[in-house]
Design a binder for this molecule. Sequence first.
Ligand code: PEP
Ligand code: MG
Length: 328
Amino acid sequence: RQAAYAKLRDVQPVSLDGKRVTVMINAGLRDDMPMLNVTGADGIGLFRTEFQFLVAAALPQRDRQTRLYRDVLDAAGDKPVIFRTVDIGGDKALPYLREDDRENDENPAMGWRALRLALEREGLLKAQARALLEASAGRTLNVMFPLVSEPWEFDAARAVFEAQRQFLKKQKKLLPEAINYGVMLEVPALAEMLDIMLPKLSFISIGTNDLTQFLFAADRANPKLAERYDWLNPSILRFMRRVVKAADEAGVAVGVCGEMGGRRLEALALLGIGIRRLSITPAAVGPIKELVCKTNLADIAEAMEGWLANPPANLRAEVQQWALDHGL
Ligand code: PEP
Ligand code: MG
């Protein structure tokens, strides 16, 4: 396995028709950082900051957060890191949160979690904003917010970061050279507001794990539904294609950071709807780079156009056959 990594580490993911695809990895702990060099990925497309909270016995103090983020940025060197603010609450309830902050919701995935919780427990978001800003002093901070459902939630979260930036400026502290703000597109309602959202954003990252469960009203953790709601389904691909088109037209970078992007046929379908940035599990980087190198993106786009216009009974079978016919 290590040998396979080594062979593909220095391979540039450039398609047969000469398009460079960005392949990044998902991470959440200091220990994940060596995978950047092992895989030769382009950066960290999703750093799940809640991992530090989930493995701790008490709420991590701000300076501990700062240290983690600084270590992560140091380890990444010139490669970009996209930090996601905490996605806790719901089923990722923290035992050390106040009793009334723990969700006993019947539908935790749709409950009081992620940015919803962070905007109401503003101390938590403020501390995280300050930690991220301080850790990014003199460099670029890329930050995105999870489970944004409406534009005002993004505005409110950004305002918390901007207020902390002003505070640090008054203190004459070294600031980040630039801040790029983004959202995770996980809640379908947000896709209806892209005309309002896109001008505010540097990037969008589609979280297909949550997006799929909300589009199909199908719990992502329920094994009885796992086979039934396939990622290679015309409705999810049509939905995402609209998002990609709108983002491309607005000149806003759009990528996928859900598990879908790390699977061969799914990644092929994503390339076919115009996705050019993937953030995936480290073990998938080599195989996905190889897939990109052997694919003509214009050809898969044309095939996908046909399938989405006239959906076949079994899209997975069609994509599988296409892959075989094209030596993939
Ligand atoms: C997603 O929902 O696709 C995602 C990447 O976030 P998480 O899996 O952490 O909810
Ligand atoms: Mg998610």
